[in-house]
Design a protein around this ligand. Structure first.
Ligand code: FAD
Length: 438
C-alpha cells in the first residue's frame, strides 16, 4: 500500500494551461500535485473562498481518516471499493496522516480509531495548505479565482459567471472537483449534473447519504417535545432486508449511538445505516428497523428483570431500577408499544431487545453529510479522464461512490484529487510527446 507511483520527470513552469474547477479537498489536492510538477495552475471556485465544506467538517472535530487496517478500511466503500482501490492504495490512511503532519498538523487516533488533527479543527490545516499552494515552498503559485462559477461551454471556451459578467477561458487540461449535492450554500450544489449529461457523460442521480431519516408515523407531540435532540446511547440498530424479514439476514446491524429529531433520527449510527435504509426505501417505500435498547443484555436477562415482582411501583420505575431504562429509551417504548404490549412481560422484553420502527423517508439531500451517486465510473477512461471530454478529469465526491462517516469521505476525496492530478500530468506529458517534433 501507499507505493509512490512512477511519474514522468518533473517539468518546470510548463506553458500549458491547467484548470482546477472546485476548491474543496479534492480540487486542492489536484492543484497541489500539478503545481508541484511546475504547471501553471489556475483554480476556480464559485464561492468567495475555497474549502468551505472542509471547514464545516472541522466544526465538530475534523475526522481526517480512520486508523483501521486497509482490508477493513476498503470494505467501508462497499461496492465501490474496487473503483477506489488504485487511488487509495497510493494515498491511504497513513499517507493522509503524513500529509497533515507535513502541513504542521499532527494527528491522533481517537477512541473509535478515527483520526483527527491534534487541534481538531480544519482551519489551521487549510491555512497551511493554501500557503503552500501560494508558493511558500518555492513552487510556482496556484492562481486562485474566487467567485467564478463555471456555467458551461461556448465553443471550446469554458465560461464562468463572475461579478464582472461572463469570463471565457481555454485550457489544455481541466480537473473538475465540483463536489456532491449537499449543503448547497457552501458551494457544492450539483448544478454541474445537467452540464455534463448534456455532453454525454453518464451521471448516476445524486442522493442523500450519511443522512437522517423521518419515521413513517410522525412522533407524538409529547415524544417530540420531550425527546427531540436527546441521544440514544449504547444501542444497536438493525435494518431489515424487507418488512418482517429475519433479523439474522439483516442488511445492517451495528452498535453505536444516534439522536432523535423532530421527525425521526440522525447521528453517526443512522448515517452508517443510511445506504441500507436508502435501498429499502427505494425497494419498499419504507425501511423497517429494530432498535436494541440494551445490546449488552441477553433477552433472557431482560425477561428475568422485567418479570421480577414490582409491587406497587410503576412500570417506568421498575424498568429504571431493574434495567436502567429511562429517559429517551423508556420514552421510545411508550411511544411505540401498545398498552397491551407494555403489560405483557415477554412481549415487552422482546421489544426492549428489538423495538420495531418504520422509516418513511430520508432527509433532503441538502441536509446530508454527503451524497451518493455522481459521474459513473464507466464514463471515465482507464485514468480519471472523461471519455466524452478528452483532457477533462474528475475527482472527489462528484464521482459515483459512497462511504460512511469516519474519515472515509475525506480520505477518498484527497486520494481521488491526487490521482486526478497525476492523471492530468501523464495526459499532458503524452500530449507534449505527440506535438514535439521528432
Ligand atoms: C457537516 C459536514 C461534516 C463533515 N465531516 C466530515 C468529516 O469529519 N470527515 C470526512 O471524511 N468527511 C466529512 N464530511 C464530508 C466532506 O467534507 C466532503 O466529502 C468533502 O468536502 C468533499 O470534497 P470535494 O472536494 O469532493 O467537494 P467539496 O468539498 O464539496 O468542494 C467542491 C467545491 O466545488 C465548488 N463548486 C461547485 N460547483 C461549482 C461551479 N459550477 N463552479 C465553480 N466552483 C464550483 C464549490 O464551491 C466547492 O468549493 C462532512 C460534510 C459535512 C456537510
Amino acid at each position: 500500500m501507499n507505493e509512490p507511483v512512477a511519474l514522468p520527470a518533473p517539468v518546470q513552469s510548463l506553458a500549458v494551461r491547467v484548470a482546477i474547477i472546485g476548491g474543496g479537498p479534492a480540487g486542492l489536492m489536484a492543484a497541489d500535485v500539478l503545481s508541484s510538477e511546475g504547471y501553471d495552475v489556475q483554480l476556480f471556485d464559485a464561492m468567495p473562498s475555497v474549502g468551505r465544506k472542509f471547514l464545516l467538517a472541522g466544526r465538530g472535530g475534523l475526522n481526517l481518516t480512520h486508523a483501521e487496517a486497509m482490508p477493513a478500511f476498503m470494505s467501508r466503500y462497499g461496492g465501490f471499493a474496487e473503483e477506489l482501490s488504485t487511488a487509495i492504495a497510493q494515498f491511504d490512511n497513513e499517507a493522509v496522516r503524513r500529509w497533515s503532519s507535513e502541513l504542521g498538523q499532527n494527528t491522533f487516533i481517537g477512541s473509535s480509531h478515527r483520526v483527527f488533527p491534534v487541534g481538531m479543527k480544519a482551519s489551521p490545516l487549510l491555512r497551511a495548505w493554501l500557503n503552500r499552494l501560494q508558493g511558500s515552498d518555492g513552487r510556482k503559485p496556484v492562481r486562485f479565482h474566487a467567485r467564478h462559477r463555471w456555467i458551461g461551454w461556448e465553443g471550446g471556451d469554458w465560461v464562468f459567471d463572475t461579478l464582472q459578467g461572463h469570463r471565457h477561458f481555454t485550457f489544455d487540461a481541466v480537473v473538475l472537483a465540483l463536489g456532491g449535492g449537499s449543503w448547497a450554500r457552501l458551494g457544492s450544489d450539483g448544478a454541474w449534473v445537467p452540464l455534463l449529461e448534456g455532453r454525454g457523460v453518464g451521471v448516476s442521480p445524486l442522493v442523500a447519504s450519511n443522512c437522517g431519516f423521518d419515521v413513517q408515523r410522525p412522533w407524538s407531540d409529547h415524544f417530540r417535545s420531550r425527546y427531540a435532540g436527546h441521544p440514544l446511547k449504547s444501542v444497536a440498530l438493525t435494518v431489515l432486508s424487507a418488512p418482517g424479514a429475519d433479523p439474522d439476514q439483516a442488511l445492517f446491524r451495528r452498535k453505536g449511538e444516534f439522536v432523535a429529531t423532530d421527525t425521526g433520527f440522525e447521528g453517526s449510527l443512522i448515517y452508517a445505516a443510511s445506504a441500507a435504509a436508502r435501498a429499502q426505501l427505494a425497494a419498499h417505500a419504507s425501511a423497517h428497523i429494530l432498535i436494541d435498547l440494551l445490546p449488552d443484555h441477553s433477552l433472557e436477562r431482560v425477561l428475568l428483570e422485567v418479570a421480577k415482582p414490582r409491587g406497587s411501583r410503576s412500570l417506568s420505575t421498575h424498568l429504571k431500577s431493574r434495567l436502567g431504562l429511562d429517559g429517551i429509551k423508556a420514552g421510545l417504548l411508550y411511544e411505540v408499544l401498545s398498552p397491551e404490549t407494555l403489560k405483557d412481560e415477554r412481549a415487552l422484553a422482546i421489544a426492549i431487545k428489538a423495538l420495531p420502527l418504520v422509516l418513511g423517508a430520508s432527509r433532503p439531500l441538502d441536509e446530508a453529510i454527503s451524497s451518493a451517486g455522481g459521474v459513473c465510473w464507466d464514463a471515465l477512461d482507464g485514468q480519471h479522464g472523461l471519455k466524452a471530454l478528452p483532457g477533462v478529469f474528475c475527482a472527489g465526491e462528484m464521482l459515483d461512490w459512497d462511504a460512511p462517516t469516519g474519515g472515509y469521505l475525506l480520505t477518498a476525496c484527497l486520494a481521488l484529487g491526487r490521482k486526478a492530478g497525476q492523471d492530468v500530468h501523464r495526459y499532458l506529458q503524452a500530449q507534449l510527446a505527440v506535438s514535439r517534433p521528432t
